[in-house]
Design a protein around this ligand. Sequence first.
Ligand code: PLP
Length: 377
Amino acid sequence: MDLKFASRMLNVKPSATFKYNALAKKPGVINLTIGRPDFDTPQVIKNAAKKALDGGKVHYTPTKGIPELREQIANKLVSENGINGLDADDVILSGGGKQILYEALQALIGPGDTVALQNPCWVSYEPMAYLAGGEVDWFPLKPEKGFIPGTEYMNRFEKTSAKVLILNSPSNPTGAVISKKLIREIMDICLRKNIFVISDEVYERFVYDGKFYSPARDYENVLTVNAFSKTYSMTGWRLGYAACYNRELVDKMNLIQGQSLSCCTSFAQYGALTAFTNEARKESDRMVSEFKRRRDYVMERIRELDCVCVKPSGAFYVFPYFGVDDLAFSEKLLEAGVGVVPGSPFGSCGKGCVRISYGSANVELLSQAFDRIEDAM
Ligand SMILES: Cc1ncc(COP(=O)(O)O)c(C=O)c1O
């Protein structure tokens, strides 16, 4: 049978990070492709999920998620992020930050609408915009400026006709953390131009220098997106969430969820109920301080290489610019026994860069990996 696929499939590429992760699984390869921590989920969360499973929490939950977890998330967003006045009904839980972002774009974007993206940015935003029927307007970031928005970015942004901006700080793939002052400048333009902002805060806790800032603290035109995935090393649990002052948006996302996912895994939600305890927080903090140590070590080694790399303040990635064909260079590094992700799938401004994740390799492994990279160069 000659099967004709929907035209929306034309622009959808496979996730480059998943592809290069699969390639790096060869024996003997040190895998620095993975966007996930190598820590276990805190025991208290696992125990709570096991208890829920044994206690019969095996059925559908409300589409938006169990009210007690949504309430805890609302409390966290108020007390930690300063997003005052939120309550459980302003929060939706979904199958990971990815599903949340997908639903948000499906709810907001259609043919003729444009999504503004940082260039480079996480590999899934662009295909998600296309899957919603929209277009993308790219905003360039430069390695020598540490991938922080500068004058060119702001000037171009003043002229955009985008309906939605996706802001991601700390950033995947660059690790860049945008200051409160700069985020506010961007938000002021968005307010003036009636641009809605999706603030992807999944690396919120991974900030090593400076301070994290949620724009929803001071602006109403924002959907705040986060997940348990990175903060608590729960990538396989598939639990993400979003909150917004505009409850209509949350309800529209909930409509999509009701007709697609139904709800997220029940016992995973009960496990996550303990994520805000001191015990779980301590584990998460321990992971973050280890990652800071790794970031500092990686920067020591990067400085010895012929590349441009401003020390990133967050996430668990570095994105050095080597000025070479990044696809061929990644191949070469793979042959030398180190898996990295080439920069160009993250956007045209990622050309010549590679993404190195230190989330899944301890300092000893990182040391071996950089020895190999040095030899290959
Ligand atoms: C910037 C960014 N946003 C969202 C996600 C999605 O995370 P999750 O595993 O919760 O779907 C990722 C995962 O790598 C990411 O890097």
